[in-house]
Design a protein. Structure first.
Length: 167
């Protein structure tokens, strides 16, 4: 397990990451958590006294990573940008996102839909699944499943689908 003391930072202007609060994980420490990895992976452990699991690291180039801290995490920590946190992290090898049954049924309607979904990087599969599962109402969930099915019909990744839906 790797021990890090880090300041919570915030992107003022960084494209799609604008407004994100995060902690920076330098390459040397990221390499201790998951040696040789240059793409996103999941971590578990503690941030201060808060137990965390399944948190995504985001590569920033040169082997450095960030871990985004959503508002719900910052509220539990009672800390915002500028505050220092202590992290005890290790790779979360147990993290798995289960495909919701309703999405599975819709993607199984046509062979190419499920094929296109499964050929997505695991991280993008998880983006789709988490996005669907976070819907607060049934109509929103249904809309998101329909958008996902259409994206799989076109072979789109999550980001492309979201950008296209905003046009």
């Amino acid at each position: 397990m790797v021990h890090i003391k880090a300041e919570i930072e915030r992107f003022e202007s960084m494209g799609e990451k604008t407004g994100w609060s995060y902690v920076f994980v330098p390459a040397a420490l990221a390499n201790e958590i998951k040696p040789g990895c240059k793409k996103s992976f999941r971590v578990k452990g503690k941030i201060d006294q808060l137990e965390v699991a399944g948190m995504a690291t985001t590569p920033m180039g040169e082997g450095d990573f960030i871990i985004a801290l959503k508002s719900e995490v910052r509220k539990k920590l009672k800390k915002e940008s500028g505050a220092v946190v202590e992290l005890y992290l290790e790779e979360d090898k147990d993290f798995k996102v289960e495909m919701p049954e309703d999405l599975d049924i819709c993607l199984s309607e046509e062979e190419h839909l499920m094929h296109n979904f499964l050929k997505q990087p695991k991280s993008h599969q998880n983006y789709y699944i988490n996005w669907i599962n976070q819907a607060k109402t049934e109509p929103t969930r249904t809309k998101r499943i329909v958008m996902t099915v259409k994206a799989m019909d076109k072979g789109q990744d999550f980001g492309t689908m979201i950008r296209e839906s905003k046009l």
